[in-house]
Design a protein around this ligand. Structure first.
Ligand SMILES: Nc1ncnc2c1ncn2[C@@H]1O[C@H](COP(=O)(O)OP(=O)(O)OP(=O)(O)O)[C@@H](O)[C@H]1O
Length: 734
């Protein structure tokens, strides 16, 4: 019977057959994380301790295995909550309409053994389901298949093994078992705080700046110390048997400015670490919770207020939908995620997933630091939580409601400007940063290196925690990932294969996802996939390479520019509505070879250029002296109007771009009319002319100095003694 079920639902059930670590996610149906599954097999694994941090490392070689499962096709039609409800009603399955999920009786538990009558949760946005009692999980199609079989066979329930037993490959199993052993090993060799000598416990608390957290609180949450690295160990208990599923190790390093820098490591790896820290302490009847961005914050909230509190596993970077069922019971959720603009933005985005109506947000500010710091400073945490503001927003509001937002933006000017590039300082100077909700249009001549540049541009941001989704329609994901990995490691691997694993492991940790489209695509399918990815992975940046692949052959004869405008408009709307930055690569119109590109080289109409917040052009000027040199020109910057151009050298060995050595080229910044490229170009030309004049003047001066010296020498020779002559010639030689 299960074989027939498997055959019927081959596509969707195969998606469940992915690595899972008890509670891991299967790949989502619409987009796949290309590098989630390591393509190579681990043979020897070990633990390595470096400084204060704890790292997972392995040595030895890996047997190469071609991985065919790394890409998945997008779903044909995404499910809506209305579809789900309709289906459940037609099958006469009772359900509660919850905040983010529909709750139904679990079909994976025998009716007589059901502790909670509604323990199966169906995500209202994706249709993904989770049975909290058995941890069986899968897609909406899986659930439908299971229900159909049950009804047909007149069964009361199904064994959860139906969903759990799509076994992973041998090496994935091996990896899971290895991880499980590591978890046990770390846990059993770490010490509860109550077992530590008082002075040692105090020393550790001082290191982590948690002197006000009592041993009793640490004990309640099961926090221990891993002595070899002086790391705090936060356990992940879960599942029906509340067993140990993973650990997070936190190490602390103090800086010169008395600030503490924290380093985290998790087992299993962070992209499969789904621990809502504090969950075992949640009572079945609890109706209020404080959601924090860090384990230490949860300890502080719980101790200071006695309120139920849980911490997100990956801080403010994401709220994985698989955790939503665990938050369904709460009628009120207070999000107190941190003390910066990023936390504030994240709390607004997460409250969408949780349901606006039950959420209230603690606005970061001088008097509202993060909970652990608030406790350390002796603030009244209960009062801060009480002063949180409702997340639900109205379409019409007064300045009174906006007042604090405006003040927050003024105080945190730097953070509001967005994430800064690590490798492109000039971009920081012109654009100020990479902001959520904006649309960037990027163009450049054919084959000039657009993909290569944007790949590094996006990688740079991704390395700083910007969750990134790539839609590469032109080159396949393997090639793109290869380019990015080369740029990430700043070296090619063809000659250094032994270093591949080290860098691939690091690269795998980046919050980077790839759409599996290739070739011409329908814009609606692409937007649906993007929407889905934003929900699942809290994507902050989508890169589309390139727009021409959404134009559709048949439309080209109609009105090419109208189609282009429509597509740009759709991406604009998506960026705004999803608070997600979209970078769109567009091929320019045909230009004469010797002319530089302008904003007008891209767009069909002025409407489209209005939609973009930023317009970037990769200018290609073939110079005999610097053949690889390009310039990046910003012709539009809605944030503060600054535009400008700067040169870029291409480093073939690492496929990266760099600004030529300082002083040679001066960044020209222009304030004023943002889209006036002619002005920009004039200024640039003036700048170049000035530079050339300066160089020529310098050369002439040098020549004059030389001539003067030669003259002096000659004069000296005729007047001085042979002994002085000798000295002079020696010094000349020197
Ligand atoms: N500045 C550069 N100088 C020389 N070669 C470069 C430079 N930048 C990229 N390349 C190389 O040029 C080739 C094409 O680059 P890429 O695919 O990024 O260009 P593109 O502009 O996206 O192309 P297309 O117009 O086809 O989309 C690649 O092999 C890349 O390594």
């Amino acid at each position: 019977m299960w074989r027939s079920l498997l055959l019927r639902g081959t596509t969707c059930l195969l998606q469940v057959a992915t690595p899972r670590f008890l509670h891991q996610r299967p790949f989502p149906p619409l987009c796949a994380r290309l590098l989630t599954q390591p393509p190579l097999r681990r043979t020897t694994c070990g633990l390595e301790l470096r400084g204060q941090g704890y790292f997972l490392a392995h040595s030895g070689t890996r047997a190469f295995k071609r991985d065919a499962k790394s890409s998945l096709e997008p779903a044909v039609s995404p499910v809506t909550v209305t579809d789900i409800k309709l289906y459940l009603r037609t099958k006469e399955i009772p359900f509660h309409d919850g905040h983010s999920c529909l709750h139904t009786p679990s079909i994976f538990v025998e009716p007589s053994a059901r502790r909670d009558s509604f323990s199966l949760f169906v995500d209202k946005t994706t249709g993904q389901f989770l049975c909290k009692d058995t941890l069986a999980e899968g897609s909406w199609e899986d659930l439908q298949d299971c229900l159909e079989v049950m009804l047909k066979e007149e069964l009361d329930f199904l064994s959860p093994r139906v969903m759990l037993e799509y076994l992973d490959s041998a090496e994935e199993q091996e990896e899971m078992e290895w991880e499980l052993r590591e978890v046990q090993r770390i846990w059993s060799s770490s010490v509860p705080f109550s077992d530590l000598p008082e002075d040692e416990a105090q020393l550790i608390k001082t290191m982590f700046q948690i002197t006000k957290i009592s041993n009793a609180t640490l004990k309640r949450f099961g926090v221990r110390l891993f002595k070899p690295t002086k790391s705090l160990v936060f356990p992940w208990f879960g599942g029906p048997d509340s067993s140990l599923k993973g650990v997070k190790l936190l190490s602390a390093q103090s800086t010169d400015t008395d600030k503490v820098i924290y380093n985290e490591a998790t087992v299993p790896k962070c992209n499969s670490y789904y621990n809502l820290f504090g969950l075992p302490l949640v009572g079945r009847m609890d109706a209020e919770v404080v959601l924090t961005g860090h384990e230490l914050d949860t300890l502080a909230v719980s101790q200071a207020t006695g309120l139920t509190s849980v911490a997100l596993p990956r801080g403010v970077s994401c709220l994985p939908p698989i955790l939503l069922p665990y938050l369904e019971q709460f009628k009120r959720v207070t999000l107190w995620l941190g003390d910066d603009i990023r936390s504030w933005e994240a709390s607004k985005i997460f409250s969408r997933k949780l349901g606006f109506r039950r959420c209230s947000l603690v606005r970061p500010g001088e008097y509202r630091p993060c909970p652990a710091e608030a406790l350390a400073q002796g603030k009244n945490l209960a009062q801060i939580i009480k002063s949180s503001i409702p997340a639900g927003h109205k379409s019409i509001m007064s300045f009174k409601q906006l007042r604090d937002d405006v003040y927050g933006e003024l105080v945190n000017r730097e953070q509001v400007a967005g994430v800064k590039w690590g490798r492109f300082q000039e971009l920081n100077r012109i654009l100020k940063g990479h902001r959520k909700g904006e649309l960037t249009i990027f163009t450049g001549p054919t084959g000039s290196g657009k993909t290569t540049f944007i790949s590094e541009f996006a990688l740079d941001l991704c390395m700083q925690g910007v969750n990134t989704l790539w839609g590469s329609f032109e080159i396949n994901n393997v090639r793109l990932a290869k380019i990015m990995l080369t740029q990430f490691a700043m070296q090619r691997f063809e000659e250094n294969l032994e270093q591949y694993d080290y860098w691939a492991d690091k690269f795998e940790e980046l919050p980077l996802y790839f759409m599996t489209f290739h070739g011409q695509q329908n814009i609606k399918t692409v937007l649906d996939t993007m929407q889905h990815a934003v929900y699942l992975y809290d994507i902050n940046h989508v890169v589309i390479d390139n727009l021409q692949f959404m134009m559709g052959q048949e439309n080209l004869s109609v009105d090419k520019f109208a189609v282009q405008d429509h597509i740009i408009g759709a991406f604009r709307k998506f960026a705004t509505n999803s608070s997600c930055h979209v970078t769109l690569i567009i091929h320019p119109r045909k230009e004469e070879d010797d002319r530089e590109l302008q904003t007008a080289s891209i767009f069909g109409s002025a409407k489209a250029s209005q939609e973009a917040d930023n317009v970037l052009i990769l200018q290609e000027k073939k110079l005999a002296t610097c053949p690889g040199r390009r310039s990046l020109q910003v012709t539009k910057n809605r944030f503060d109007g600054d535009v400008g151009i700067f040169p870029l050298d291409f480093l073939k060995a690492s496929l990266t771009f760099a600004t030529p050595v300082k002083g040679k080229h001066k960044l020209r910044q222009l304030a004023g009319k943002p889209e006036d490229e002619l002005e920009v170009k004039k200024e640039v030309r003036k700048e170049v002319k000035k530079e050339v004049k300066k160089e020529v003047k310098k050369e002439v001066k040098k020549e004059e100095v030389k001539k003067e010296e030669v003259k002096k020498e000659k004069a000296a020779r005729t007047t001085k003694t042979p002994r002085t002559d000798k000295k002079l010639s020696e010094s000349m030689e020197k």
